[in-house]
Write a protein that binds this ligand. Sequence first.
Ligand SMILES: [Fe+2]
Ligand SMILES: [Fe+2]
Length: 224
Amino acid sequence: MLTADENRLRLSWLDDALARFEADNDAYVPGTRSLLNRIVPAPALHARLINTLSMLEHSGSHKIMATRHSATIDKATLKHVAEEAQHAWFMKRQAERCAGRQMTYAAGDLLAPASARMYFQRLEAVVVRLLGRQCGSQAAYLYMSMIVEFRALWFYRLYEQCLKWAGHAMSLKRLIGEERHHLIDMAHRLELAGELSDARGNHFLDEERKLFLKFLGALQRAAA
Ligand SMILES: [Fe+2]
Ligand SMILES: [Fe+2]
């Protein structure tokens, strides 16, 4: 149980980090919005985007399973993996509803799949390269998850707005609530482990932004 002071400390780190993330990514809001505004009204294209998000959610849950399978896996991690798998299922169901057919994770049913996979792989390499020498795999899992959650929250909020503006029936409210909870939980667990550091967090978020911009560019080309 955290004391009130510890709680304030943790929340203030996260508040600052979120504010910095917003500021650092502000320039990419219009490009992301116009991409989404182009995709959402086009069902075939939109289905491929949703299916790509399903694949990314699935990769996230698979990655947790593959790296956190020891005897010491805790309840929080099991809950996390279950929710990411649930997000993959939710997105798959929405993609198929949008397409009016079954969809696989084969390239033709996705948008910029090579870049989507590369985003994850390169980010993981950045995290493992820095932490591998200094900390255990638990810290790598927590950092990797936390950094991805910053982007998931940012992207899903923009996406939710575009869906609303387009009068689309799909709602991301529950998913956004869970991603937000994951972000808080990862920051909390990093702090409890004594691994939460501004320098590391900022370094990973800077690297993530470069990787996201490459992925965004690939999505823009695929949707053009
Ligand atoms: Fe998720
Ligand atoms: Fe998540």
